[in-house]
Design a protein around this ligand. Structure first.
Ligand code: ATP
Ligand code: MG
Length: 211
């Protein structure tokens, strides 16, 4: 399976986290969420899964999947528990979470428990994801707090059908950072330092992204 081989000895993990996102660009909000989930759930490893091509609202700020992938690699390089998958980046069409989770699950084998990490805003959409009920066969969800989004509503919104995925919620340090704001900052010449790793900020400026 393309993109799985880069994950190392994936079969040896008993508890594996998957951090999905467009990462356009990656920032400290993503990294804090993944690290908190890793430690609180004793995950042996967290795989970042940047999406492939997706619908862009601001065409002028378009950054390719390859460049988003590169920024995630740069941002996660210093953490031995983090790695990045090419699985969705290498797919021609859109990726559905169910297909990605199924592919990772098959690569790991049945001994590995999968945990999909997502922010409070994204998890509120989970019920609209394709084959949402089937996700429960493959993974559990860790929903992390995010400033501006209320996790309390989640329980009411998510159907509590017998087969609905299990969604746990965890508190993470509140960082009011979003990729949308970062894209606007770069295009308007405002600072992005201290909102993401210096190495990523340098890459953005050096490559002229989001101008
Ligand atoms: P955009 O503004 O382009 O939507 P974003 O900042 O929301 O970007 P995404 O790539 O969409 O970043 O998010 C990937 C995952 O990380 C989602 O599950 C999202 O909820 C979560 N996330 C993003 N930023 C934060 C944050 N500051 N705190 C907690 N979770 C976050
Ligand atoms: Mg988002």
């Amino acid at each position: 399976m393309a993109g799985i081989e880069s994950l190392g000895n994936i079969k040896t993990y008993r508890r594996l986290g998957i951090m999905g996102g467009t990462f356009d660009p990656i920032h400290f909000g993503h990294l804090v969420a993944a690290e908190e989930a890793r430690v609180q759930y004793q995950l042996e490893h967290v795989v970042f899964m940047p999406t492939g091509r997706y619908e862009h609202k601001e065409a002028c700020q378009y950054v390719s999947p390859e460049e988003r992938f590169t920024m995630v690699v740069i941002a996660t390089a210093s953490n031995p528990y983090f790695s990045v998958s090419r699985l969705e980046v290498d797919r021609a069409g859109p990726s559905y979470t169910i297909d990605t989770i199924r592919a990772v699950s098959e690569a790991c084998g049945t001994e590995t428990e999968l945990y999909f990490i997502t922010g409070a805003d994204a998890v509120l959409d989970v019920t609209s994801w394709r084959d949402y009920e089937k996700l429960a066969d493959f993974c559990r969800f860790i929903a992390v707090t995010r400033p501006g989004y209320d996790l309390a509503h989640l329980r009411a919104i998510v159907s509590r059908g017998e087969n609905a995925p299990q969604i746990d919620t965890i508190e993470v340090p509140a960082l009011a950072i979003s990729s949308t704001d970062l894209r606007n900052r770069v295009s308007e010449g405002r600072p992005i330092r201290y909102l993401m790793p210096d190495s990523v900020a340098n890459y953005i400026h050096k490559s002229g992204l989001y101008r």
